[in-house]
Design a protein around this ligand. Structure first.
Ligand code: 5GP
Ligand code: ZN
Length: 137
Protein backbone atom coordinates (compact mmCIF):
# COMPACT_ATOMS: atom_id res chain seq x y z
CA UNK A 1 0.00 0.00 0.00
CA UNK A 2 1.29 3.43 -0.94
CA UNK A 3 0.03 5.78 1.75
CA UNK A 4 1.92 8.97 2.57
CA UNK A 5 0.50 9.14 6.10
CA UNK A 6 1.52 5.51 6.78
CA UNK A 7 5.03 6.49 5.59
CA UNK A 8 5.04 9.42 8.04
CA UNK A 9 3.81 7.14 10.85
CA UNK A 10 6.55 4.62 10.01
CA UNK A 11 9.16 7.41 10.14
CA UNK A 12 9.94 6.92 6.44
CA UNK A 13 8.71 10.38 5.39
CA UNK A 14 9.38 13.60 7.24
CA UNK A 15 6.78 15.50 9.25
CA UNK A 16 6.67 18.22 11.89
CA UNK A 17 5.16 16.26 14.75
CA UNK A 18 2.96 17.92 17.37
CA UNK A 19 1.65 14.83 19.21
CA UNK A 20 2.60 11.15 19.26
CA UNK A 21 1.18 8.23 21.26
CA UNK A 22 0.60 4.51 20.67
CA UNK A 23 -2.48 5.05 18.49
CA UNK A 24 -2.44 8.63 17.22
CA UNK A 25 -0.03 11.01 15.47
CA UNK A 26 -0.55 14.72 14.83
CA UNK A 27 1.64 16.76 12.48
CA UNK A 28 1.63 20.04 10.59
CA UNK A 29 -0.16 20.17 7.22
CA UNK A 30 2.30 21.06 4.43
CA UNK A 31 -0.33 23.13 2.58
CA UNK A 32 -2.09 24.88 5.46
CA UNK A 33 -5.54 26.48 5.18
CA UNK A 34 -4.50 28.87 7.98
CA UNK A 35 -1.30 29.31 9.97
CA UNK A 36 -0.95 26.40 12.41
CA UNK A 37 -3.25 24.01 10.48
CA UNK A 38 -2.40 20.41 11.43
CA UNK A 39 -3.68 16.89 10.92
CA UNK A 40 -4.55 14.23 13.53
CA UNK A 41 -4.40 10.66 12.20
CA UNK A 42 -4.94 7.17 13.59
CA UNK A 43 -1.78 5.06 13.34
CA UNK A 44 -3.84 2.11 12.12
CA UNK A 45 -4.58 2.68 8.43
CA UNK A 46 -8.22 3.24 7.44
CA UNK A 47 -8.97 4.81 4.05
CA UNK A 48 -12.25 6.39 5.14
CA UNK A 49 -14.98 6.58 7.77
CA UNK A 50 -16.58 3.29 6.67
CA UNK A 51 -13.50 1.30 7.69
CA UNK A 52 -12.36 3.45 10.62
CA UNK A 53 -12.41 1.64 13.96
CA UNK A 54 -14.79 3.73 16.13
CA UNK A 55 -12.24 3.58 18.96
CA UNK A 56 -9.67 5.19 16.66
CA UNK A 57 -12.29 7.78 15.71
CA UNK A 58 -12.78 8.59 19.38
CA UNK A 59 -9.03 8.76 19.91
CA UNK A 60 -8.34 11.20 17.08
CA UNK A 61 -11.20 13.40 18.26
CA UNK A 62 -9.86 13.39 21.84
CA UNK A 63 -6.39 14.39 20.63
CA UNK A 64 -7.83 17.12 18.36
CA UNK A 65 -9.82 18.44 21.32
CA UNK A 66 -6.69 18.54 23.46
CA UNK A 67 -4.69 20.31 20.74
CA UNK A 68 -7.51 22.81 20.16
CA UNK A 69 -7.49 23.64 23.89
CA UNK A 70 -3.71 24.13 23.78
CA UNK A 71 -4.06 26.38 20.74
CA UNK A 72 -6.68 28.52 22.46
CA UNK A 73 -4.68 28.94 25.68
CA UNK A 74 -1.11 28.88 24.27
CA UNK A 75 1.06 31.79 23.10
CA UNK A 76 -0.03 31.68 19.44
CA UNK A 77 -2.67 34.25 18.48
CA UNK A 78 -5.54 31.76 17.92
CA UNK A 79 -9.10 32.91 18.69
CA UNK A 80 -11.00 29.83 17.48
CA UNK A 81 -10.63 26.39 15.90
CA UNK A 82 -12.44 24.43 13.19
CA UNK A 83 -12.27 20.63 13.14
CA UNK A 84 -12.83 19.18 9.68
CA UNK A 85 -12.85 15.72 8.12
CA UNK A 86 -13.25 14.99 4.39
CA UNK A 87 -14.67 11.54 3.61
CA UNK A 88 -14.65 10.65 -0.08
CA UNK A 89 -13.18 12.37 -3.13
CA UNK A 90 -16.35 14.41 -3.72
CA UNK A 91 -15.97 15.75 -0.17
CA UNK A 92 -12.47 16.91 -1.00
CA UNK A 93 -10.55 13.94 0.41
CA UNK A 94 -7.13 13.78 -1.23
CA UNK A 95 -5.26 11.49 1.15
CA UNK A 96 -7.06 8.20 1.72
CA UNK A 97 -5.91 7.66 5.29
CA UNK A 98 -8.48 9.15 7.68
CA UNK A 99 -7.37 12.46 9.17
CA UNK A 100 -8.97 15.18 11.23
CA UNK A 101 -7.96 18.70 10.24
CA UNK A 102 -7.37 21.09 13.16
CA UNK A 103 -7.66 24.57 11.68
CA UNK A 104 -6.78 27.54 13.89
CA UNK A 105 -8.95 30.57 13.27
CA UNK A 106 -8.55 34.30 13.60
CA UNK A 107 -10.84 37.07 12.44
CA UNK A 108 -10.31 37.86 8.76
CA UNK A 109 -8.18 34.78 8.04
CA UNK A 110 -10.22 34.09 4.88
CA UNK A 111 -11.14 30.49 5.68
CA UNK A 112 -14.79 29.50 5.59
CA UNK A 113 -17.57 27.09 4.71
CA UNK A 114 -20.65 28.33 2.89
CA UNK A 115 -24.28 27.34 3.36
CA UNK A 116 -26.72 26.70 0.52
CA UNK A 117 -28.24 30.00 -0.64
CA UNK A 118 -31.77 29.10 0.61
CA UNK A 119 -33.06 27.65 3.89
CA UNK A 120 -35.06 24.46 3.12
CA UNK A 121 -38.60 24.45 4.55
CA UNK A 122 -39.52 22.27 7.55
CA UNK A 123 -41.17 19.57 5.40
CA UNK A 124 -37.93 19.08 3.48
CA UNK A 125 -35.86 19.06 6.68
CA UNK A 126 -38.27 16.53 8.25
CA UNK A 127 -38.31 14.20 5.24
CA UNK A 128 -34.52 14.30 4.88
CA UNK A 129 -34.19 13.58 8.60
CA UNK A 130 -36.54 10.60 8.20
CA UNK A 131 -34.50 9.15 5.33
CA UNK A 132 -31.21 9.45 7.25
CA UNK A 133 -32.87 8.13 10.45
CA UNK A 134 -34.13 5.14 8.45
CA UNK A 135 -30.64 4.41 7.14
CA UNK A 136 -29.33 4.35 10.73
CA UNK A 137 -31.58 1.40 11.66
P1 5GP B 1 -7.85 16.02 2.55
O1 5GP B 1 -8.06 16.91 1.37
O2 5GP B 1 -7.58 14.59 2.16
O3 5GP B 1 -8.90 16.17 3.62
O4 5GP B 1 -6.53 16.57 3.26
C1 5GP B 1 -5.26 16.10 2.96
C2 5GP B 1 -4.30 17.09 3.58
O5 5GP B 1 -3.04 16.46 3.64
C3 5GP B 1 -4.14 18.36 2.76
O6 5GP B 1 -4.48 19.48 3.56
C4 5GP B 1 -2.68 18.34 2.33
O7 5GP B 1 -2.09 19.61 2.37
C5 5GP B 1 -2.05 17.41 3.36
N1 5GP B 1 -0.90 16.66 2.86
C6 5GP B 1 -0.81 16.01 1.66
N2 5GP B 1 0.40 15.39 1.57
C7 5GP B 1 1.05 15.66 2.74
C8 5GP B 1 2.34 15.32 3.24
O8 5GP B 1 3.14 14.64 2.59
N3 5GP B 1 2.67 15.76 4.47
C9 5GP B 1 1.82 16.53 5.21
N4 5GP B 1 2.24 16.91 6.41
N5 5GP B 1 0.59 16.89 4.79
C10 5GP B 1 0.22 16.46 3.55
ZN1 ZN C 1 -2.18 4.98 5.65
Amino acid sequence: MNCIFCSIIAGEAEASVVYDDANVLAFMDIRPFTSGHLLVVPKRHASGLSTLDPDDGARIFAVAQKIAAAMRTGPLPIDGVNLHLSDGAVAGQEVFHVHLHVIPRNRGDGFGLRALPRTPNRAILDSTAAVIRGALN
